[in-house]
Design a protein around this ligand. Structure first.
Ligand code: 0L1
Ligand code: MG
Length: 241
């Protein structure tokens, strides 16, 4: 199956909210091929008028790796259509089996990190039963589905051990620390630069960079009011409908 055909399958699965079997069950696909599928998948969205606004890192914490059984740091692309306003509503009928996780976001400047914010990422594997291999999840834009960014803050002196809470309907469902993100979310940026460069992508000033989740993801269900708090950076929230 060609790169383009695999990208079309994933694109249709996402737009139709209908899971597909893992690509690697019936086809040869290595990690380089998977990044080519991801690029072709996003190119289809850009052709439909979406804009590339940044990069997301995936599986930057042990909790996340253990949750899905893939033990490699991966990266995906963010488009403007994936962004949900802080405090906004997200209709879940466009997703297959969405999960949500608390993250740290960077706004990239000319010389590095211009600002930092609490963030939420909504992930939604396009594969049946949320099961995939490393190449599968890379091809599927690392399960990226939507994201929410809180108010941008000046970069604090230390980012390596800030408490992180994920609340659903006012109850804490996950608690962690930014230390879970590769020891320090700034390390995720270094890693992101290096990993994307391998595929000819340079991180650009003005882009959003999602550094990764500080805890495992939780299922997102209609009616849930979800809030992420990162110590010293404030909160961000979304309501699922
Ligand atoms: O953002 C993430 O860490 C997701 C990476 C892909 C694995 C998953 O779907 O949880
Ligand atoms: Mg994530």
């Amino acid at each position: 199956m060609s790169i383009e055909t695999m990208a079309a399958l994933l694109d249709d699965a996402a737009t139709g909210a209908k899971a597909i079997p893992q690509l690697t069950l019936g086809h040869e696909l290595d990690v380089d091929g998977a990044y080519a599928v991801q690029e072709a998948l996003i190119a289809r969205r850009l052709d439909r008028g979406q804009r590339l606004v940044g990069i997301k890192m995936g599986l930057t914490s042990r909790a996340k790796m253990a949750q899905v059984g893939v033990h490699e740091v991966i990266w995906g692309r963010l488009t403007d259509a994936m962004r949900v306003p802080d405090g906004g509503r997200l209709a879940l009928d466009g997703f297959i089996h969405p999960r949500i996780e608390p993250e740290v976001a960077f706004l990239l400047g000319e010389g590095g990190i211009a600002a930092v914010a609490p963030a939420l990422e909504i992930i939604d594997s396009r594969y049946a039963d949320f099961q995939f291999t490393h190449p599968d999840v890379v091809a599927d834009n690392t399960s990226g589905a939507a994201f929410v960014i809180g108010a941008w803050q000046p970069v604090p002196a230390g980012l390596d051990n800030l408490g992180v809470l994920l609340e659903v309907d006012g109850k804490v469902v996950q608690a962690g620390s930014t230390a879970a993100i590769l020891g320090d979310p700034r390390r995720a940026l270094d890693e992101g630069r290096a990993l994307t460069a391998r595929y000819g992508v340079a991180l650009e000033p003005g882009w959003i960079f999602l550094a990764g989740a500080a805890t495992a993801a939780v299922p997102l269900t209609p009616g849930a009011h979800v809030r992420a708090t990162v110590e010293g950076l404030g909160t961000t929230s979304v309501v699922a409908s």
